[in-house]
Design a protein around this ligand. Structure first.
Ligand code: PBG
Length: 313
């Protein structure tokens, strides 16, 4: 048996979901490597501090990972665990996204104390979400609904719903399942109604590129089918330069040796929604993502995205 002398340290945010994900990876590592000691290094990020400004205005997701990455570069931690949908496409020099774990349910969830589904919401009901992607797709389905900004971690968002600020809110099903609140999911929003974000429901692990010991320890946590799906989705986003908060949906499924990738770019007000899909060999997953992005761009996604980025600047 291998001797494990030094503990492996996980840099993590302190939100319930981040801690769940870190604990999950810790448990997986300890299961695969008996004797290994895994420690959590909890930290606060800029994104956790600036909670009152819409994400799209403050430069997006990078704010949630910078401190974790610095800790790895400084040797204060060895890995960071991320929700794949929050991981920027680029990594700082010396770090890489090394492992993608098996995906939880990737769908969005409809959450409400009074209504069972989007269809049952009365005319003009108030729906909470801070995601431009969810906003534009819900507006396209139900132009009568009033969409209100909703930020904070999962528990904060649920508390705002319970306080009566919204008739319903939209959250990732994965978050509610992981936090042991599946009963909060009144219904699932199907990919046909609204495409999830790239990487939604998948957990990824970042580490130092030159850290062979950590990489060997992470190897059993890799999930091949999830990687193929997330690679296709992220390649589409990358080609669209959808680095931060953008009205882009991407969803891949693997059927046998084929990938089926669906993509969407929408105007935030729901006035225009472009959708396209592509099928091809698993080995071509990333190329399929790029191709689908180019199809969407040729359909007019470039104009829509330029308007979104222009509004932010
Ligand atoms: N943007 C925040 C975020 N990042 C990951 C999840 C859920 C879990 C996941 O997608 O892996 C959530 C909450 C949500 O969107 O409701």
């Amino acid at each position: 048996m291998t001797q494990h002398t030094t503990p492996l340290r996980i840099a993590t945010r302190k939100s319930a979901l981040a801690l769940w994900q870190a604990e999950f990876v810790k448990a997986e590592l300890e299961k695969h490597h008996p004797g290994l000691v895994v420690e959590l290094v909890p930290m606060t990020t800029q994104g956790d501090i600036i909670l009152d400004t819409p994400l799209a205005k403050i430069g997006g997701k990078g704010l949630f990972v910078k401190e974790l990455e610095q800790a790895m570069l400084d040797g204060r931690a060895d890995i960071a665990v991320h929700s794949m949908k929050d991981v920027p496409v680029e990594f700082p020099e010396g770090l890489e996204l090394h492992t993608i774990c098996e995906r939880e349910d990737p769908r969005d969830a409809f959450v409400s104390n009074q209504f069972a589904s989007l269809d049952e919401l009365p005319l003009g009901a108030v729906v909470g979400t801070s995601s431009l992607r969810r906003q534009c797709q819900i507006r396209a389905l139900r132009p009568d609904l009033v969409i209100k900004d909703l930020r904070g971690n999962v528990n904060t968002r649920l508390a705002k719903l319970d306080a009566g600020e919204f008739d319903a809110i939209i959250l990732a099903a994965a978050g509610l399942i992981r936090l042991a609140m599946p009963e909060r999911i009144r219904s699932y929003i199907t990919p046909e109604q609204s495409l999830p974000a790239n990487g939604q429901g998948a957990v990824g692990i970042e580490c130092r590129i030159n850290d062979a010991r950590t990489k060997a320890l992470l190897a059993p946590l890799e999930h091949q089918v999830t990687r193929i799906r997330v690679n296709a989705e992220r390649a589409m986003n990358r080609r669209l330069e959808g680095g931060c908060q953008v009205p882009i949906g991407a969803y891949a499924e693997v059927q046998g040796d084929e990938v089926w990738l669906r993509g969407l770019v929408g105007a935030v007000d729901g006035s225009q929604i472009l959708t396209a899909e592509v099928k091809g060999a698993v080995a071509q997953a990333e190329q399929l993502g790029v191709n689908l992005a180019e199809t969407l761009l040729s359909m007019g996604a470039d104009t829509i995205l330029a308007a979104v980025y222009g509004a932010k600047a």
